[in-house]
Design a protein around this ligand. Structure first.
Ligand SMILES: Nc1ncnc2c1ncn2[C@@H]1O[C@H](COP(=O)(O)OP(=O)(O)OP(=O)(O)O)[C@@H](O)[C@H]1O
Length: 741
């Protein structure tokens, strides 16, 4: 094997849950290459001199040389690159893939390192996963998927059938139908060499191993159902229920394209699955041509549906149900009819195969092109692309195993297959867990209830509301009012008309109501008639419970939010009022300055303090952290405190200058203006040391004290904005200096 083990980068955790609306991270189709060995018989005259050994390379003196006879060679040190000789154009074409299986690779190695195991794990987790084998005829697609056990058995069976038919009368021969699955049974399969089984059988074993492990680990229970169909000459035939009538392919919004009336078999153990595989292989259209004596003439699609049920880790009474899917697709090989010598029926089959593979190529080309990806994709041009539409661009994960021949004579086809594969590598996938819409709704409601509870607690804490449950009657009344009377005592009509009114309850940050995107997407997923109209008793009970919790919390949260907005508005009004008062104060100061002189300078200081207080009170940090009510109280308190401090400043100043006055100890900011005696009017001059400094220095000088003839200066340092934000002004003792001049 060249390259790394298949990229195991993602765990299912990284994917989204949903029904297609919920988008997870982008992933591209994974592509691995398998080079078939030269098989006995190919050294015939047809291939003589053209066959090649794909033994990769040899190193001579540190440089790499490739065997000139090989069509495919690998180029160390870049192990992921290899070149294919284009015999006709006499050039080499470089290609790069993450994983390339050399001819010596065993079936087990392919299974281990191709990434199939990871896809099975994802399917068990609820994703839709697809493995498909693509390539020219006779490159080993069927061998890679199912080994050669069935081919050997089929040959034996066909031989004995021919012999029996020859002994029959013509009339009997006409009415003779193929017997059941007697030719290939479980014993047959096991009696074959283990190497001849393919990754499908290995997948079955791994699947049951994992199911057993999960059952023990988290008590997950799985129900496995299998369907098996083929697309033969553009007709869909059921391989488990053979009938000359083909199945119709229909399209539904929630399912995409699907084959109508397809037979599904429930499988309980690995034997059942292998029986289904045998039955399908036996009924599949196979014919020989000059390049492959067992050439598949149809595209075969086996779909294993994995319905799981596990207990919800977040709700001991609840269950999570998912529906994963594993699709195993063995495509018919592209062929040049000249080389395969196809005639008659085989020629028609070859044309149909080539045409459907061409349409598949066109779809891949569209999906791989970022400009065309979102435009029209021609899925409807063939039955194959209709059935693979989901695997190509749906919400699952896809692995392409591109099989190529090592022969030089096949180099053109090999190059074309590798181009195809390179293009497929660019197709982006969007894995989403497949869940029943009803289950998904329950899960999303549960999550919503949890989120609403957190929000509710937060709001209660912020607004210091201590009762934990809203009054049920009030809440129910509120819900009834909001839902237009359709809420009836815990019983919810579960359809669109119920969901619609809930949308009107969503309140955005601006205080206006808008639609809830989650609910909208839920509505979209429900389909026009409300796909979840009917609920059974158990689910109905759960749904009612979560819907009820959800509604009560939602209504309560809306009320709390309204309260919050009202408080914010009140707070803003208080701030505006403060500003208005400030302006009034300033104008009063201006008017009285001429008449009152120095006394009013003191008020300027107060005004500045109030201004800064007012701005700090309306700061967003305060609003966001403290409830408006608290904030308002804080503003009031801080105003009072500032007033006190202003007063104290004033008093200190006065104490230091006019020691005889005692009235000032009781004075209030208003009284600073009104009741101060004239002879005690002091100068309060606000001096900024630096224009942007946060430290303001208040210089106080009494020039009016004519009695003592003293001019006292008081320096007060007020901690600037930060202290003001806290609603306090701190006088720093060290910075209070009295100076006698
Ligand atoms: N890796 C391999 N090891 C051994 N034998 C192989 C391998 N790959 C293919 N073969 C053999 O090559 C022959 C052709 O393989 P197979 O039928 O699987 O090709 P195919 O691509 O499915 O062809 P078609 O498209 O015509 O159905 C078979 O006899 C098969 O046993």
């Amino acid at each position: 094997m060249i390259g790394d083990q298949f990229d195991e980068r993602d765990s299912s955790d990284s994917f989204a849950y949903g029904m297609g609306g919920n988008h997870g991270p982008d992933h591209s189709i994974n592509v691995v290459i398998r080079v078939r060995p030269i098989i006995s018989g190919q050294t015939s005259a047809q291939h003589a001199g053209k066959s090649i050994a794909t033994k990769t390379n040899s190193k001579e003196n540190g440089t790499t040389t490739n065997d000139p006879s090989t069509a495919i060679s690998f180029q160390p040190p870049d192990r992921f690159k290899y070149v294919v000789q284009d015999v006709i154009a006499s050039t080499v074409r470089p290609f790069a893939f993450n994983v390339v299986f050399e001819p010596e690779a065993t079936q087990e190695e392919v299974f281990e390192h191709s990434g199939v195991k990871r896809l099975i794990d994802m399917a068990l987790d609820g994703f839709a996963c697809t493995v498909f084998a693509y390539g020219q005829t006779s490159t080993g697609k069927t061998y890679t998927l199912t080994g050669n056990a069935f081919q050997v058995c089929r040959n034996n069976f066909e031989k004995t059938e021919m012999e029996r038919m020859e002994t029959m009368s013509p009339n009997k021969r006409r009415h003779h139908t193929t017997p059941g699955s007697n030719c290939v049974n479980h014993q047959n399969l096991n009696s074959n060499n283990a190497k001849s089984i393919g990754i499908v059988q290995l997948s079955f074993a791994y699947l049951f191993e994992q199911i057993k492990r999960r059952k023990l680990r988290d008590k997950t229970l799985y129900v496995i159902t299998v369907s098996y169909l083929e697309v033969y000459n553009e007709q869909v035939l059921d391989l488990l229920n053979p009938s000359p009538r083909s199945l119709n392919v229909r399209w539904a919004k929630d399912r995409g394209f699907y084959a109508e009336n397809l037979f599904k078999v429930e499988c309980e153990d690995i034997g059942d699955l292998e029986g289904v595989l045998e039955e399908g292989c036996k009924n599949r259209q196979v014919r020989g041509h000059s390049m492959n004596e067992n050439s598949s003439r149809s595209h075969a699609v086996m779909t294993i549906t994995l319905s799981s049920e596990m207990s919800d880790p977040e709700d001991p009474q609840g269950f999570i149900r998912k529906e994963g899917r594993l699709c195993l697709v063995d495509l018919a090989g592209s062929e040049k009819t000249k080389r395969t010598n196809s005639k008659g029926g085989t020629f028609v089959e070859a044309n149909n195969i080539n045409r459907s593979l061409l349409v598949l190529g066109n779809c891949i080309a569209c999906l791989a092109d970022p400009k065309r990806r979102n435009g029209h994709i021609p899925y409807r041009d063939s039955m194959l692309t209709k059935l693979l539409a989901d695997s190509l661009a749906g919400n699952g994960m896809t692995l392409m195993i591109a099989c190529v021949s090592p022969m030089k004579c096949d180099s053109q086809e090999t190059i074309s297959t590798l181009r195809y594969a390179s293009r497929a590598k660019r197709v982006r996938m969007n894995p989403v867990v497949q869940m029943d819409p009803r289950e998904l709704l329950i899960l999303s409601l549960k999550r919503e209830v949890r989120v609403l509870r957190v929000e509710n607690n937060y709001l209660r804490q912020n607004y210091q509301i201590h009762h934990h449950q809203p009054p049920p009657a009030a809440a129910a009344a509120a819900i009834t009012a909001v839902n237009g009377g359709q809420f009836a005592a815990g019983k919810f009509p579960f359809c669109l008309h119920f969901v619609l009114p809930m949308i009107s309850l969503q309140l955005n940050e601006n205080g206006t109501f808008d639609a809830n995107s989650m609910l909208l997407s839920r509505m979209e997923n429900m389909g026009p008639n409300g796909a979840i109209d009917k609920v059974d008793d158990k689910d109905g009970h759960l749904l009612n419970k979560y819907m009820h919790d959800n509604e009560v919390l939602r209504v309560e949260n809306v009320q709390l939010n309204l309260q919050r907005h009202r408080l914010i508005r009140d707070h803003e009004l208080v701030c505006k009022e403060n500003e208005r008062l400030m302006r009034k104060l300033n104008s009063l100061i201006g008017k009285s300055e001429t008449s009152s002189g120095n006394r009013n300078r003191q008020l300027i200081g107060s005004a500045h303090l109030l201004t800064s207080l007012s701005s700090s009170a309306s700061s967003p940090s305060l609003l966001s952290l403290v409830s408006p009510e608290d904030a308002t109280t804080a503003v009031d308190e801080s105003t009072t405190q500032v007033s006190h401090n202003v007063n104290n400043v004033s008093n200190h100043a006065i104490i230091s200058t006019t020691t005889s006055s005692s009235n000032h100890h009781e004075s209030r900011p208003q009284s600073v203006q009104q009741s101060k005696p004239k002879e005690e009017q002091n100068d309060l001059i606000l001096v900024r040391e630096k224009p942007n400094s946060t430290t303001n220095r208040i210089r106080h000088s009494n020039t009016r004290n004519s009695e003592t003839e003293e001019s006292n200066t008081l320096d007060l340092t007020i901690r600037g904005k930060s202290a003001v934000n806290g609603g306090r002004i701190q006088q720093q003792g060290n910075n209070v200096r009295q100076r006698k001049t």
